[in-house]
Design a protein around this ligand. Structure first.
Ligand SMILES: [Zn+2]
Length: 111
């Protein structure tokens, strides 16, 4: 591999690392929407018109799945945060490919 190619890979990696720093809304979880019934006996939710949707992100906490309520005002940002996590995984994979190339060239440990 040419030095120019190595310089290019390192520049690309820097760009990816900067992108990682931009993922401020990052959420690692699964989006769910729930409809529910309340405790008021005469409420129409008991006739099938359930309340909702209410929004949650299912996250893993100490190996347990937990549903975290997302208030309506925070929903767009939370959706963005989940998208950022998907992009995060792609960025991590690309950095891994770059670092494997640098290992092959024996220049990875020099950084
Ligand atoms: Zn109700």
């Amino acid at each position: 591999m040419s030095n120019a190619k190595i310089v290019q890979l390192i520049a690309r990696r820097k760009q990816l690392l900067e992108e990682l720093a931009s993922f401020t809304q990052l959420l690692h979880g699964t989006w769910i929407e729930r409809y529910s019934v309340c405790s008021r006996k005469n409420c129409r939710c008991h006739q099938g018109e359930r309340h909702g949707p209410r929004y949650y992100v299912v996250v893993n906490e100490d190996g347990q799945q937990r549903q975290k309520y997302i208030p309506l005002s925070q929903v767009p940002a939370a959706i963005k945060g989940i998208e950022q996590h998907q992009r995060l995984q792609a960025v991590v994979d690309e950095i891994t490919r770059i670092n494997l190339e640098l290992i092959k060239e024996r220049v990875y440990a020099d950084e």
